[in-house]
Design a protein. Structure first.
Length: 110
């Protein structure tokens, strides 16, 4: 079951392209929790899942995986990927080793 959704915009040749991010509810199976997520990039969908010892850890790791994917993407590198306004971040945390990539409000939030 999808529990969260965010739309980012990537501008290419002055044309806005919607980037859809989806997060599913954490599920418990075989002694672990997992949380699925996906990003609908212009070149195709990237889907994965994060695992945790409980639902909170699985969800937190999911958010960090999405943040890592966004900030390490070639779309971010162009400077043309944004959430509400260019340069203000995407609203996702990243693992500690990527925090130097944070921009805008993300720098102050995470």
């Amino acid at each position: 079951m999808k529990i969260a959704h965010r739309t980012l915009t990537f501008t290419e040749h002055n044309k806005p392209i919607q980037i859809q991010i989806s997060i599913s509810a954490p599920l418990h199976a075989e002694g672990a929790w997992s949380c699925e997520w996906s990003i609908g990039w212009p070149h195709g969908v990237r889907a994965s899942r994060a695992y945790g010892v409980d639902s909170v850890q699985a969800l937190r790791l999911t958010l960090e995986m999405i943040g890592a994917e966004l900030y390490s993407s070639p779309y971010h590198a162009t400077g043309n990927l944004y959430f509400e306004k260019p340069g203000d971040g995407y609203g996702f945390p990243v693992p500690p080793n990527l925090r130097d990539l944070l921009m805008g409000q993300d720098k102050h939030s995470f």
